[in-house]
Design a protein. Sequence first.
Lengths: 395, 395
Amino acid sequence: MQSTQAKPMSAFTKIKRRPYSRYFTCGDDEPIRLDSGQLFGPIVIAYETYGQLSPTRDNAILIAHALTGDAHCAGHGPDDPEPGWWEPLVGPGRVFDTDRYFIVCSNVLAGCQGSTGPASIDPITNKPYGMRFPVITIRDMVRVQRLLVKHLGIEQLACVAGGSMGGMQAYTWAVEYPEMVRSTISIAAPGRSGAQAIAYNEVMRQAIMTDPAWLQGDYYGTPGPVNGLSTARMLGMITYQSAESMMLKFGRDVMNATSRDLFHFHTQFQVESYLHYQGKKLVDRFDANTYLYLTRACDLFDLGLGYPTYEQALARIDAPILVIGVSSDILYPTQQQLEVVHILEKLGKPVEYAEIDTPYGHDGFLIEFEKMTPTLNAFLEKNVWEHTESKCLGK
Amino acid sequence: MQSTQAKPMSAFTKIKRRPYSRYFTCGDDEPIRLDSGQLFGPIVIAYETYGQLSPTRDNAILIAHALTGDAHCAGHGPDDPEPGWWEPLVGPGRVFDTDRYFIVCSNVLAGCQGSTGPASIDPITNKPYGMRFPVITIRDMVRVQRLLVKHLGIEQLACVAGGSMGGMQAYTWAVEYPEMVRSTISIAAPGRSGAQAIAYNEVMRQAIMTDPAWLQGDYYGTPGPVNGLSTARMLGMITYQSAESMMLKFGRDVMNATSRDLFHFHTQFQVESYLHYQGKKLVDRFDANTYLYLTRACDLFDLGLGYPTYEQALARIDAPILVIGVSSDILYPTQQQLEVVHILEKLGKPVEYAEIDTPYGHDGFLIEFEKMTPTLNAFLEKNVWEHTESKCLGK
C-alpha cells in the first residue's frame, strides 16, 4: 500500500488532473479478492481530502459519489476555481464542515477519474483492460475505500454519506463494516436495485455496446462510442428529473424556430436540445466502459447478496442512519427508501427518514441543498459532532 | 378517391398481409394539404371493418391505434386466427359490440402496416420516400381518417375511441370535426405532449438515427437499423410499464444462471432478457422510419396548435367525452388527462373521467379490460346506443 501524487496510467485521456488529487495504491503486494471471486490488483484510487484529521482521528467523514461523479466533491478554497459536485454542502461552516471534519472523497473502483478502471493499463498486457476488467460490485468499491481509509490512519469513520450510487455505498459501509461507521447518510438510493432501474441501465448499455465505434470495448486511441454514450446520458438525464420539473424547465418550447420549422426533423424542442447538450458534455469527460461497469455494479446492488436474507443483512447495521428520499424521484422512488426504513424500524435500529419535497426528481440530492441542510445538520450534530472528542480544530 | 383490395407498394417487406385488409386511396386527384402546408398525395390507407353499417349509417365507431398498432384491432371471427390489439373489447357482445356497431380501424398515415408511410414508393422517384416523407401530425392522421370515413358513407361517427396515440387522435377528432362525432373516448393520452414524453421520444429517435445501418433513412433493401430500433423499443417498453409492475413481473431474477454468473456481462437479469426479446420482436414487424415519424407526430401533438389558446381549442368539443387515465402511467401521467378534464369541466362540457387503478402503467389500456369494461359500457350505452336509431342489426 502506498500513497503518491503520481498520475496513474490510463488510456482515458479526458481525466481532469487536479492539483489536489492524491493517489492510493492497494492490491499490489497481495491482490484483492472481489465479490466475483477474482483476485485483482494493483488498484489505484484517486482521492481528495478536506480539513484536518483530528489527533484522536475521530472526525473523518467519507463522501461517496454517484454514477458520473468523482473525488472532487468540493473546491479547496480560493486557489481552487473549480467547484465540486456537492460544493454547497462541503466547506468551512457548511453541513460537512471542513473546520470540524476531515472529509475524504475518492473516485470509485472502475471509475475514470483517476482510479483504476477499464481504461487503465493492465500491467500484464500493457494495454487498457477494456472489457477484460473484472465485473465489480458496490461492495467491491467499498472494500477498496476501506483500505484507503485505513491507510489514512482512520479506524472508524464519523460518517459515510452519499446520494444515488453514493447512497448505495453508504448503505454498504453500514452493513459490511458496522464497526467502522459511527453514522450513515444514504440519499435517494435503494437497498437493492429494482427491475425498472436495471431496465434503464440495460437500455443505456445497449446504446453504447451497439455503437460500432465501441469496438467491443477496445476503442482507446480512437474517438470511441461517442453516439452510444451520448444517447445513454440523454436517457440517464430523463431518469434524474421528473415530468413536472422537465415541463417547468422546458415546456413545449422550440429552439430558435418558428412554428413552420416544427415540421423538420432538425428543429429541436428545447428539451431535445438540452439532452443533446448533456450527452455531448458527458462524452467530453467520461469513459464509456466505465459507464458500463458502474451501471452493472448498480444492477448487481443488493444489500442482501451473500446473506441468508435481505433482513439479516440490514440487521448488521449498528450506527444511527439517516435515509433521505426525494418525493419526485422516478429512478429510485421513495418506496425503495421506505422499504429499508421500515425493515430497520422493525429491527429496532436507530433509523431516521426524511423526504425532500421537490419537483426536481432524483437530481434533487444535487440541487435541493437548502431543503436538505436542516435535516443533515441536525443528524450530524446529534450523531456525529456530539460524539467527536476533538472539537478544537481550527476553531 | 377509391377503395381497393390491392396491395399498396411499399419497401417495408414485413407488412402483415391480412385477408380482411382493405385499402382506400385519397389525395390522388387533388393532393392533401398537411399541417406543414405541404401538399401530399396520393395516400393509401389500410383499414379493416367489423359488423355492419346500419341503414341510417348512425352506428359507426372509429377505433384509433397507438404507436406500433395497426388496423387489426380484433380478429374477424372463427376463420381469422389472429387476435387484434384490442381483441377483448371488440367483437359480438363485447364493449365495441360488432352486433350493434360498425367498427372501422385504419392504419395511420406514416404507418407501416399498409398505409402510406416512409417505406412507400414515391410515385415521382419510384423509390421509397425515406426521410423525404413529410413530417406529419396527429391532425394529419385524423384528416385522412375523415376522408376514409366519408368514403364509407358515414356523415357522423357514433364514437371515436383510442388509447395513447389513439387517444390523441380521438381528442383531435372531437376538436377538429365536432360535427362529425357523437361521442369520444380518449384513454391514457395527453391533450398536448409534455417535455418528458418528447425527451423519451428523442432518445429513441437518437438510438435509431445514430445506428450507421439507418443510412439517413435510405436503408430499404438492407437489414436497416436493427440495433437502433431494438434499443428504441426497449426504452419504449419501460415507459409503458411501471416500477411496480416490472418488479412484480421480473424482480431481480436472473436468466438461467447461478449467482456466480452474475459477474459476466452476458448474464441477463430477466428484465433485460425480456427487453431484448421485445426489441427484436418489434424489429420483425415495424419500420424504423415510421417509428421516427410517429414519435415526432406525438411530440408535435398539441390540441391548441393553430388556435388562439389551448382552452379555445378544447371549447370546440361538443359531444360527450370519456377521458380515462391509468393510475400508474409514467408516460402520460394522469395529471395530463386531468388537465383536459378540468378545462372541459370549467367550460361546462359533458366530460366524464375514470381512472384505471392498476400497477401495469401506460400499457394498462391494453391489459385491464375487465376494469375498463363497466365504464366503457355505461358510457357507450348512455351516449351512443341510446341515440342510435337502427338497433336491429343482427339482433
